[in-house]
Ligand binder design. Structure first.
Ligand code: ATP
Length: 374
């Protein structure tokens, strides 16, 4: 069992009803959160949702207006930043430009009064962990962006904090380097057996690295779950929309029987029926949203006079976005609704079976989507 699945687990970091106001502005709104030891946890959300403020409160750079934060069972109120077993790696890296890589890494240890031979040992270990041995004598301006990022990481890890806070750690890196670094960070976290808290607006980054993700909006957490649950079972339109691409249909609940819910989409929106085994509290007559990922919808050429059925809709292809590994087909259903379906490009472009303006059938299984009421 994962620690968050066990009600007996003791959290390592806990935010308890934490609010942070800047004047009248509420940046973090009565938020509670538990993070467990050795977890790789991501706070994910758009700009201004309060995620950096959460991290700054944990590091001690901001004080909560209300509520409490605990680390390893101890309340953090009144504990100054340098006495918290927490280190923060900043987006800007904040390296000392006139110091070599090794001096940058050693800086905090010297300040702490660590003995010279211990410092050398620790610096060597950090250089090895972050694969910077060859660059020990260089200055930051003699390094690439990715190497600078690793120096910042080595420096944050040198003091062996219990928790490492990473604020948009990969934001400045190009795509390829970002992907590599994601795996390096995951390996480091495994090796050092530390708790990592990362703040990011990049859903791919959060999905790749984190054990669990908290999706935030306007100072609140909307959903906390594993990447798979967040993607497959978003709890709200906000999360469904924020993570990846999704088709959303407004529909009325027609009936609920034996674990199958029947939904009807209005004539104006295409006039089709949906049958789903998705869980819901909604009752017959309620208006809900049905959300389904594009890769869960199959697309095939329409047979001339097949009768309509639930989860089988006729459409007309009006756009195809070629993305290399997949293509996204946009099919018009009725006058207003467009359904996106993703098709893996398993063959070369020649002889693509479905083209623009083709009449198609879009279909999916009962277990493919979710019902959302918020
Ligand atoms: P981003 O990804 O853009 O950094 P964020 O989710 O990390 O966004 P925060 O930095 O936590 O957002 O800021 C949340 C809100 O609080 C923002 O609207 C910001 O303008 C405001 N805020 C943050 N710090 C202060 C401050 N010291 N004084 C006033 N307002 C602040």
């Amino acid at each position: 069992f994962a620690p968050w699945e066990n009600p007996q687990s003791v959290p390592f970091i806990e935010f308890r009803n934490v609010t942070k106001r800047f004047g009248d502005f509420v940046a973090v709104n009565n938020l509670s959160l538990k993070i467990y030891e050795r977890e790789f946890f991501a706070l994910l959300g758009g700009s201004g949702c309060g995620k950096t403020t959460m991290m700054r409160m944990l590091a001690g750079f901001e004080t909560p207006t209300e509520g409490e934060i605990f680390l390893d069972g101890q309340p953090l109120a009144g504990v100054p930043p340098y006495r918290r077993p927490v280190n923060m790696m900043f987006q800007s890296y904040a390296l000392f430009p006139h110091m070599s890589v090794e001096a940058n890494i050693a800086f905090g240890l010297k300040q702490e009064g660590m003995a010279k031979d211990k410092i050398d040992e620790r610096v060597a270990e950090m250089l090895r962990l972050t694969k910077l041995e060859k660059f020990a004598r260089r200055k930051p301006h003699q390094l690439s962006g990715g190497q600078r990022q690793r120096v910042a990481l080595a420096r944050s890890l040198a003091k062996r904090p219990k928790v490492l806070l990473l604020d948009e750690p990969l934001g400045a890196l190009d795509r390829k380097l970002r992907e590599e670094t994601q795996f390096e960070l995951m390996n480091l976290q495994e090796e050092l057996k530390m708790t990592f808290l990362v703040v990011t607006h990049d859903q791919e980054e959060a999905m790749t690295m984190a054990d669990r993700i908290a999706v935030m909006d306007a100072g609140r957490i909307i959903q906390i779950a594993t990447p798979g649950e967040i993607y497959e079972m978003p709890n709200s339109r906000f999360v469904a929309d924020f993570i990846g691409d999704i088709n959303l249909f407004e529909a009325k609940v027609v009936s609920r029987e034996a674990g199958v819910t029947r939904l009807a989409v209005s004539e104006a929106d295409g006039g089709f029926e949906i049958e789903t085994s998705a869980e819901t509290q909604a009752a017959a007559g309620d208006t809900v949203w049905y959300a389904i990922r594009p890769e869960k919808i199959q697309i095939a050429l329409a047979e001339p006079d097949a009768a309509p059925q639930p989860n089988r809709i006729r459409g007309e292809v009006w756009d195809i976005a070629y993305l290399g590994d997949v293509s996204i087909y946009h099919s018009r259903v009725g006058d207003t609704v467009t359904i996106r379906s993703t098709v893996a490009n398993r063959t070369r472009l020649v002889e693509r079976p479905i083209a623009w303006d083709d009449q198609v059938v879009l279909s999916w299984g009962r277990d493919a989507g979710v019902i959302l009421t918020a």
